[in-house]
Design a protein around this ligand. Sequence first.
Ligand code: SF4
Length: 1468
Amino acid sequence: MAATAFDALAQASFASSASIVAVNSPSSQPAAAIDRLSDKYTISNTSPSVSTLQANADPFLKIQDAAAASKDLTAVLAASDVLLPAIPHLFKIAAQRSAVVVHVEAKERDASNAGNSSSSKGGVVPSNADLMAVRQTGFAIFTSDNAQTAFDLALVSQAAAVRTSTPFLNVVNGAAQQKVVLDHQKVAPALISEQDLQAHRERQTAVSEISLSSLYLNTKDSAAGPSATAASTEEIYTKVEELLAVLQEQTGRSYRPIEYHGPAHPKTVFVSLAIGSSAVEHAVEHHHHKSIGLVKVHLYRPWSERHFLEALPVSVERVIVYEQAPAAHTAWTPLFLDVSASFHATEGVWKGQVPKIVSARYRGSGASITENDIESALASDKPTFAINPNYVAHAVSHASPLQDSDIDTPYVQMLNQVFQGRLNIENGVKTDSVWGSAQQSPEFGYGSLVTKVASRARFAELVSKTVQDSSIKISEPLRKALTQWHLNRSDSKLAKRHGDEAIALLEAAGKEALVGSLTEILAQSSQFAKPSHWLIGADSWAFDIANSGVHHVISSDADINLLILDTEPYTARAQNPENRKKDIGLYAMNYGSVYVASVAVYSSYSQVLHALIEADQYQGPSIVLAYLPRPEGENVSPITVLKETKLAIDTGYWPLYRWNPKLEEKGEEPFHLDSERIKLDLQQFLERENHLSLIIQQNPSLARTLTQSIESEAQARDAALKKKAKDDFAKLMGGLGGPPVLILFGSDGSNGESLAKRLVKGAKLRNLSARYSAMDDVSIEDLTMEKHVIFVVSTAGQGEFPVNAREFWKSLSATTELGVSETKFAVFGLGDSHYWPREEDAIFYNRPSKELHAKLIELGATPLTDLGLGDDQDADSYETAWAAWEPLLWESLGCKPLEGVVEEPKKSADDGMKVASNYLRGTIAEGLLDDTTGQLRAEADTKLTKFHGIYQQDDRDLREERKKQGLEKAFSFMVRVRVPGGVATPAQWLAMDSISDVTANGTLKLTTRQAFQFHGVLKRNLKKNIQLVNKALLDTLAACGDVNRNIMCNPNPHQSDLHKQVNDFANNLSAHLLPKTSAYREIWLDQKLVKGEAVVDHEPIYGATYLPRKFKIVVAVPPNNDVDVFAHDLGYIAITNKDGSLAGFNVTVGGGMGMTHGNKKTFPRLGDLIGFCTPEQAIETGEKVMTVQRDFGDRMNRKHARMKYTIEDRGIEWFKAELQSRLSFQLQEARPFKFLDNADRYGWTQGQDKLWHYCCYIENGRVKDTPAEPHKTGLREIAKIHQGEFRLTPNQHLIIAKVKESEKARIQEMLEQYKLDKLNYSGAMLNSMACVAFPTCALAMAESERYLPSLVEKFESTLEELGMRDDAVTIRMTGCPNGCARPYVAEIAFVGKAFGAYNVYLGGGHHGERLNKLYKEALTEAEIVAELTPMFRRWASERLDGEHFGDFVIRVGIVKATLSGKTFHDLS
Ligand code: SF4
């Protein structure tokens, strides 16, 4: 009768199965095929149960469970597109040895279909792709080319499944109707007997007694598991051949598992799966006279090399492996590999010459292939060619070949560093042959790797036989070394150790003494070392996971490592979320026996290291998925790559993890999550494998951020809390009369919000109810329900809305209609009319407020008042305009001027906060316990924590993306460690190194003020961080805040005694000025000094309001002014006696760097020299200077609160008199001194005491590991052996101090090893310094630390060309005008004005003795280079002898000299 193949399969299923499951999917309805069977139960020998499952309901989970429970034959009818999601279950069905036969209709499918596991951006996934994807699941696989064969093999596979307890896939192209002889009633009983079924049930019972987890796939390693008893390839072949013989006997229809068609002595043979063989079979018949044959593969899995070779005529000279394959970048297709491996893996079976093997591909089902196609295929001399002309164009569309520029990636550098001589990258990085298209396949190199692995195994066997052979004369030590080596040959270290011993003994024995195999062993001695084998490839491997050779390699069980680079940027991928190429990690984890890691070098160097080492140690295949985004465009900066990496990780798109299945065997958790958020598919995998709950159990705080769904709950909670707060507030206000007022603010700083709060207070005084929020926290529709809305909005960047108002404005500006005719509004803007002084930029001034005001009018809302424009340039800043605007606002709301009510006098909000804080406690302790958020919610706490050395920050690289996702900002904390004088012991260095790894972002920042800084400390790690710092006998108290900060001191490696004296003084002064509050120990160290609530603190120097602003002290030792003594509130300049001992200190007061762009009321200032004091008087001097500032500093305006303004306003003479009145001694006249520079001295220097000191160059003070410069590791290793000190320099570098002569060579060796000896930088680079800025500093307007080196590099070639490469030029950069890197005393300074734009200042003194002057504003990189390059040329040709750049630009009139802070802004 005529039937489709699928109908025939349905018939066969009824013939011998106990149950039948039809899996319906969008592409196929097998249940309908069952329904079409009119005589289904009459033809059945078994009366099977029939059920239908839907493809989207994880049907194979149910099938797996049902098959295990029933122990009888289950037949499944399904289309091939359901196989991929079923992979985990297929593994388990195979492991539990169920008699399941899945009859599969091969379907091409549309990759863009939602819900399926598509492999590319639309397009067609060929029918065989799904089959290839499951070829290693442990199922045996039959393929057929017509309905009759499918029917016959269905009966055979069902019988074979029972007889071997092995599940089968029986695959066929199913659509066309064909004539089929349905003689199952006769055949089926002859194939399966009741005894066969009984034997199968017994095997099943044995299997089910072993837990499923032990079954999980790692078949070759678990000898005790049932897999040890799984049917072997030979067993399956034997049974299948027996059954085919029965079939032939019953029906006359004859098949072989692998069969040959064609002449007896062909020269060319096609090899094809039966499923695609029709066209070529036809062609073979046609070409018969030309000696062409076909090997048709029915039984594809298990693959039997022997049977294949036996089927292949020995006369063959060329084998064409003919396969359906979807992508051109998959160089070698699965069958090709099987065929190729057969000739190498099976010694003695193949009797002929190894033929030339080529790969031919076709597209689609192959039905459209013509004889001409085959003719041209035969004529092709290429190793890989496409049969369909259209094929290549189709395939290349989503190929993403690895580029040359990827080859020398940081990952390859790391591999080289970690494995050094042991490293073997088989696909030959940096060789010409590697990166052509064919060699991008993982299989390239795989063959030779397998050969190398086998060759070492044979060597091991040779060694083993030799030591056991008593006829060979062998010394006892050599026997022991060889035995030990053999035992430990898989352990790289021990293999090397015992191998080296054996080689030494073999060589010592002399050639003449070595006999037989010992000579061979010596000849092959390179085999002793255990190589680390790697294949490196691109993400294109992961596109067609079904067909790429990745799983061929990982399923091989060979000890081989794959490093797969993924170069697609997050921002590009986010546009194509359905792309599933990242599934390669999950796919490999499903194999169970593969080590898998997902890493990103721009996120965590140490995690990459861990993964590489673990992969190498893992006995079996390993995959390391390595992220290295390559954004589009030329000259992409490292910052862009860094940001892409961070986004990918923070969103969970590229989770960092390590999966080591061997740990599970030891009872340990195999999955280690190294980042916080994961994608849903990974979450599902972990949930299914019961790992998610374990991970959360081990680290409960992860639960909130781990997954999107969990995150949503937290957001909901967060939203509920916010709502409650709003409701409470509304309730409170409910008691008030008058029209309700909604106050909305948009502001990147705090001014907008504090004005909004002032309005709320004002409303309350006027009996109005009012509430306020950020503009983005309301929707524009809310405006339609409000009667009175008041906006306070500041100006960001180039006239943009602030971050917390952007979404609101986006919606509002796009709206043309909004029901606000009943709404009245008022807008007050905050801006700076001189911020962008160019005429054409005047439009930026207060643009947001102007646009908002106009738009609201356009929409029909009614203004209550004119637009208010606050200007930083006004006499009282924005307060000037506010004072005029606010009364008009109240009046417009119908409020009469307040009578009898005195508005609260202006007072320092921060002083109130300090007093209320109970000596710096606030509610910090409570805030730390709130695990619903990553921040400290209370604003006061974020200020108070500064006194404890802690800044709350958020990652600004992630702000926009997280906002889009509705997440709170990526909050973390910066923790600054106080290191008076910048001196730490090696033990303290080790502690800081470890703390940065355990609680922070893995890097350590050496600051411009000789402190350690940790970045990226999460709230949950904050307390631990501080406790560990204290454990190392350092602390963070007063590292920030309105107190005296870390005291800096010249690290002075030359004058040993003097350094000790000045450093001791710095320490003593620091201790003297330390706040005395017990809050620090109470909150962070759990040391409550007084029981109960009765804690009474006292601040003898500071009082309860501490200082008006921060206070900075430094100690300089001439002739080096590295601390920039004039740039700080208080400076000490060490004066020595003739014998070099400390005579005392000159004292400077009133220096400071911070200012606001364009605001002439703020300016940097250099300190005034006011006298001299003896060492004994120095502490008292410090205390009294500070108390003058405490008592007279401006507490109302923080922008005017530094001591420089106190002195500037009252005069230096007043200050001296006030100070003198407080001192118990008379300050002396300042003594002479001379500074020569403010730089560090790099390299080795020797002190008076003959000890050595090495100053390393640490780029911008960031101690980190990079593949090229593993500085952090190097310093850690040095700290482990170093017995002297580590001295942090004021320029953010590091001195390894007090090295004994006897240790110098060893330290030098380590410096070289870890690239810390690199000092051949240009003078400009060596004298450059940048603040942190992005991504953590909230005030940054532009990049700094991450950008300065690349900018300086742009000048280096010019300086080199001018012969001035080594000339020192002080260059400093900051991300905002606050001046943390002391830019205003630099010869060249770049101060961030907006993203990518810097104000350029020139003419600072070479040793910090003169302020610089604004040269040009808001220059881009190109403009900076264009401006400075000719200036350098001029300096080279016109400079006076030894003239520094800063002096030169003043002499030739490029800028005017700045002679005082007050004239800093004067340009003429
Ligand atoms: S100078 Fe500005 S941007 Fe740089 S770290 Fe200081 S406050 Fe942040």
